[in-house]
Design a protein around this ligand. Structure first.
Ligand code: HEM
Length: 389
């Protein structure tokens, strides 16, 4: 266990933050963290209080780096302006719409991807399945057509690096400007086709706003969905007794997804800025202070979750996790994200008989904000006939 008097370093938080977060929470739900230059919220009740009160804890601040790179979007504004940015996208991402419009496509795509390597008998499932599924799903959902997925990933990485650079005090470099321009021309071309989600949004938002929101949807969807699918597979394959139960009863896959979302949220920190002096859980916060919510810590709050460090597919209240946050910025893509991970697990169990983890070639999640396993190496039996799905 970490020393009770020390505050965690960035290295601690990037590696295994959970014991450090538990230690912070034990000394109070709101702690000043010098390495983040802000307050860190570590219990579930206070996390909800912050995320629901966008008047006191806003995202709309000039330090918000994503807006500096792609422009103002639903992710970076609050109040009526947020509703205006978000409302054109709300209906297509509702649960029923996702199930009906995207369900069959996702199922087929997952099975195409798994089928492409099923005959090999082994694979690293994050790069072979979770990553390509995340990219192709968002490209399909946004209607970006036959754009090269490697190009999408290159834009994504360059723009992501620029956002991190802005966080570190750098300006946006030429490479990032070119990546934004490349993505922008693809999105403008999709809008010009006149049909689909982006064309519908363009009837309500300006061209810059459609671009910024499309970029945020892409960047919100790729890293996190990849991380969640990889993490769910890693946790399930690491627990052979629970895996055996799921193989007998595939209806348990939904619980696996929820518990994976809880135990390792793929986006582990969200930032807010205090708009006034306020007392939060007994701590005096000053106007302008950064208030970061640790979703990873809230999801292991022992007041809410028994034995919180244990992956337990029978946990009855797993859905109380805050992985998709609460309040106005609740994840737009949460139903799609759940669908992707559920379909991925079902396809793996159906098409890769006798699947088991190769622990010595698998590595756990890491990352400060975005967390995902390094690798999820698995082997299976190619001689046995695949179960029919
Ligand atoms: C398991 C995968 C995912 C996780 C863990 C996740 C997590 C999150 C979190 C934590 C937020 C809130 C950010 C904040 O409050 O500052 C968020 C917002 C958002 N997410 Fe997701 N996300 C996932 C998948 C997706 C997908 C698949 C999409 C789109 C297809 C998406 C689109 C968005 C958008 C557009 C927002 C901004 C909503 C707003 O500000 O009103 N996400 N997501």
């Amino acid at each position: 266990m970490p020393d009770a008097t020390s505050t965690p370093s960035l290295v601690d938080l990037e590696g295994d933050p959970h014991p450090h977060l538990a230690n912070l929470r034990a000394s109070g739900p709101v702690s000043w963290l010098p390495v983040l230059g802000g307050w860190l919220v570590t219990d579930r009740a206070t996390a909800i209080e912050v995320m629901r009160d966008d008047t006191t804890f806003t995202v709309d601040d000039q330090r918000f780096s994503t807006a500096q790179v792609v422009g103002r979007s639903m992710l970076s504004v609050d109040g009526a302006e947020h509703d205006r940015h978000r409302s054109p996208f709300s209906d297509p991402f509702r649960s029923g719409a996702v199930r009906e419009e995207l369900g069959p496509w996702v199922r087929e795509e997952v099975r195409r991807i798994v089928g492409s390597f099923a005959g090999d008998g082994s694979a690293e499932l994050r790069s072979a399945l979770a990553a390509p599924l995340a990219v192709s799903t968002v490209v399909h959902t946004l209607g970006l057509g036959d754009v090269d997925h490697d190009r999408v990933l290159a834009w994504y990485r360059t723009i992501g690096a620029a956002i991190e650079g802005v966080n570190a005090g750098q300006s946006v470099d030429d490479g990032a400007v070119a990546a934004v321009a490349g993505l922008r021309s693809r999105i403008d071309a999709t809008v010009a086709e006149g049909v689909g989600l982006l064309a519908d949004a363009a009837r309500l938002l300006g061209a810059d706003e459609v671009f910024a929101n499309a970029a945020v949807i892409m960047f919100g969807a790729i890293e996190t969905s990849e991380g969640t699918t990889a993490s769910a597979l890693l946790h399930l394959l690491s627990a052979p007794e629970q895996l055996a139960e799921v193989l007998v009863d595939l209806s348990l896959v939904a619980n696996v997804v929820e518990e994976a979302l809880r135990i390792e949220p793929a986006a582990s920190l969200v930032d807010r800025y205090a708009t006034r002096n306020v007392v939060l859980a007994g701590v005096a916060i000053r106007r302008g202070d950064l208030v970061t919510v640790s979703l990873a810590a809230a999801n292991r709050d022992p007041e809410v979750f028994d034995d919180p460090d244990r992956f337990d597919l029978h946990r009855v209240n797993a859905r109380q996790h805050l992985t998709f946050v609460q309040g106005p910025h609740v994840c737009l893509g949460m139903h799609l994200a759940r669908l992707e991970t559920r379909e991925a697990i079902e396809a793996v169990l159906d098409l890769l008989p006798g699947i088991r983890l190769e622990p010595e070639r698998s590595t756990p999640a890491r990352g400060l904000v975005f967390r995902k396993p390094g690798s999820v190496a698995a082997v299976w039996d190619v001689s046995r006939r695949a179960r029919t799905g």
